[in-house]
Write a protein that binds this ligand. Sequence first.
Ligand SMILES: NC(=O)N[C@@H](CC(=O)O)C(=O)O
Ligand SMILES: [Zn+2]
Ligand SMILES: [Zn+2]
Length: 427
Amino acid sequence: MTTYVIKGARILGGQKKDLLIRDGVVAEIGTGLSAAGAQVVDADGLVALPGLVDLHTHLREPGREDAETVETGSRSAALGGYTAVCAMANTSPVADTAGVVEQVWRLGREAGLVDVQPIGAVTVGLAGEQLAELGAMADSAARVRIFSDDGNCVADPRLMRRALEYVKAFDGVVAQHAEEPRLTSGAQMHEGEVAARLGMTGWPAVAEESIIARDVLLAEHVGARLHVCHVSTAGSVEILRWAKGRGIRVTAEVTPHHLLLTDERATSYDPVFKVNPPLRTATDVAALRAALVEGVIDIVATDHAPHAVEDKECEWAYARPGMLGLETALSIVLDVVGDELGWDGIAERMSRTPARIAGLTGHGLEPAAGAPANLTLVDPAARWTVDPAGLASRSRNTPYAAMTLPGRVVATFLHGEPTVLDGKAVK
Ligand SMILES: NC(=O)N[C@@H](CC(=O)O)C(=O)O
Ligand SMILES: [Zn+2]
Ligand SMILES: [Zn+2]
């Protein structure tokens, strides 16, 4: 293994330090460091963050390798500054058995670009009828701790209760896609003024909020951990604030796109803006930003949802919901709440807290002597323009095409080896 000396990176607290990286760990941290045969990485002007952790990524393998593979999604993640991603279970076949989660976990190891932590399905085939073999997935080599039917809501309250009871035994967590399906049938976008103007069927905020309200009460009743995926409304924030005030064990994520974009984008009829839950109003966006800064929403998760051209470049009504996120997440977060959060807040919401929720002990750690060397170096002064064709993802469905964004990932280190150097993937 190569030894690296990262020279003059700004670490949290603002000091400039050198980091000596050897045998997968930060061996030394100080000033004027050098080591025989070491490769020097000039980090003058760069900020060192703990490697980012994404709690919500769709990698599409097995089943839709034309849209993304574990390898291409992992490369996207590394370029976005991530060292770990949690891979959602809505693959084909669904990740509802020990066999499938172990396959995804193994593919992640083989790609070696980020740590891929599979998420297991809550119900067999995401059908919402029968609990999947949660215990077997937890005991497998993939050591699954997060369970989600994401894409679908676990709508049956009795199944949701049983899933919460089951995962409590091994301190697992159920990550809910909060969408009361009876309130969203045929929905195309956020139910509101814009949908009325466009004549599209709406997805009302209450479809999300009613499930979150129900689930925090179930989590309280059971005493188990609940995680709420992609929170998108101001009302959801109020329910979460109430639940946290009561001491209910609930965490929540918001996506970069829900922090930036609104339902006005649908007026373009460009399906790149079709996503689940839908883009909401400017009032919702403001509430989500404030909740993330305050900590009512714990983390940013990308909900990176690659889709093949034929599933996205078609009429709005037929397009699949979802958008890319891994390569742009940090820049969007810096753009919308960077000043309020500061670097420590960014590290908290994009690395430390997601690592803690997922139980990924080697991630989300400050660079310190002896800690696993999972870190990312960011140039806060750089700006870059998003070119869909230049992304490492196999898909092209970014809503940020041609936008110029702040902050560039210059290098990412995974277990002491670079996956990204000079802003380019190493392999
Ligand atoms: N977010 C989306 O719009 N789509 C996701 C599913 C999901 O996250 O619900 C997908 O798998 O494409
Ligand atoms: Zn979802
Ligand atoms: Zn998702």
